[in-house]
Design a protein around this ligand. Structure first.
Ligand code: V47
Ligand code: SF4
Length: 392
């Protein structure tokens, strides 16, 4: 028996609460935990217990490997027809301040500015502009692919797609096929927030609901595309809503297997209509990641989005179930910095990201969007990287 298994068995048998102990045994035996057990972990378990279990699962799945990719973001617009209470964009729009709207040419200039650079993915997400329609985005996909065919396009949340398809009067399947054929490779996980209607009604009542969000992702999976899923945590929701959210995603994943990564997003309270709601503590953040790792047993990867969480907390999360830190990103992700994320100007070079992972005694692995390994940096010398413009 491995020393890791002996160690976790000791931790489980030292747990005084018999119900928590039996959850631990299930996890050890690769059995699925149910909704009540998930809620019990939130309500009764301490961080050391869930943390140790989540770390055990993380290492059983990935060893020390910690993935990142080299990507950049384009936010086509911050104008949005919706009015999510947590969103700094929607507040701006309500007050008609500081709107931006990039033309196709401006977005292609961003794409061209990465010519010759070893990025593998562009992440395109923005507000839901009433004028930017399906035809506009099909044309953008085609232009990007004509310029750089090997660049993976991960674009549009289910919220943007739902609006685009309804406006164009096409079904999910028809619209998704058109975008996919034009060059869209996969979907990001945004717009999921909290699925439970009691919470969704209060924080984002007017955009696509849980059924609609899940239907869009199911359609993408059926067409062979992959996608991610997010969960906006740490505001007015309770454990029952978090578990309900994860349960719905776990069920769809059982059906399609199309999700790559689960990404919990920490609610930030600056400059939005929920500024009175306090943010979660570091202990709560780590506990959330750990429980997510334990509950989402059919999701291969758990990602901490470092620009939102902050680089030190993201580093810590690597001991609480997380095995992916997203990407090297430049300073273009305004939706988070506007809402008060730790990182006002999120930017990390490959060398810096690799160092961050190594400091946590994990093994940095560059991946593409679909988790094909591009390069393992475990044995690469830091001085060598600092000296090479490819990594800076
Ligand atoms: O759905 C908005 C979130 C999301 C706030 O798939 C906020 O790889 C916290 O799609 N506090 C969009 N979060 C982000 C998104 C994403 C991000 C990173 C990686 C991936 C991926 C996808 O941003 C929205 C919403 O949940 N958001 N405002 C806020 N105040
Ligand atoms: Fe619009 Fe997205 Fe902000 Fe909601 S979270 S207001 S859909 S940009």
């Amino acid at each position: 028996m491995s020393s890791e298994k002996i160690a976790i068995e000791e931790i489980i048998s030292a747990e005084k609460n018999p119900s928590l102990q039996s959850i631990g045994i299930k996890i050890l035996n690769k059995e699925r935990i149910n909704e009540n057990e998930g809620i019990m972990l939130f309500e009764k378990a301490g961080l050391p217990y869930v943390g140790a279990l989540a770390n055990f699962v993380r290492e059983r799945l990935h060893g020390n490997k910690t993935y990142f990719n080299r990507n950049f973001h384009i936010e086509p617009t911050n104008v949005c027809v919706f009015s999510c209470a947590f969103c700094a964009y929607s507040k701006l729009y309500a007050h008609r301040e500081e709107g931006w709207e990039l033309s196709t040419e401006q977005m292609m200039d961003i794409i061209r500015s990465y010519d010759g650079k070893p990025v593998t993915e562009v992440h395109i997400v923005g507000g839901v502009h009433p004028k930017l329609n399906l035809a506009f985005f099909i044309d953008l996909m085609k232009q990007i692919k004509a310029h750089r065919p090997d660049l993976h396009i991960k674009g549009y949340t289910a919220v943007e797609l739902d609006y685009m398809f309804r406006k164009a009067k096409v079904t999910n399947e028809e619209g998704m096929k058109m975008l996919h054929e034009a060059g869209l490779d996969s979907l990001p996980g945004g717009g999921a927030e909290i699925f439970h209607p009691d919470i969704r009604q209060q924080i984002c009542a007017d955009k696509v609901d849980a059924t609609g969000w899940l239907a869009i992702h199911e359609t993408a999976h059926k067409l062979g595309m992959h996608s991610n899923a997010t969960m906006l945590y740490g505001h007015i929701e309770k454990p029952v809503h978090l578990i309900d959210h994860m349960e719905r995603l776990r069920n769809l994943q059982d059906k399609t297997g199309g999700f790559n990564t689960f990404i919990p997003l920490k609610f930030r309270n600056k400059d939005n209509d929920m500024s009175h709601v306090p943010e979660t503590t570091l202990v709560e953040d780590m506990k959330l990641y750990a429980i997510a790792r334990l509950y989402m047993d059919n999701f291969p990867h758990l990602k901490a989005y470092w620009p939102m969480l902050g680089r030190q907390s993201a580093q810590l999360s690597l001991s609480f179930g997380v095995n992916d830190l997203d990407g090297t990103i430049d300073d273009s992700t305004k939706i988070y910095s506007m809402a008060g994320s730790e990182e006002q100007h999120p930017s990390l070079s490959t060398a810096q990201l690799v160092t961050l992972i190594k400091q946590a005694k994990r093994e940095p692995v560059e991946r593409d969007t679909l988790y094909k390994e591009i390069k393992n940096y475990a044995s690469m010398d830091e001085a060598e990287m600092e000296a090479d413009p490819l990594y800076n």
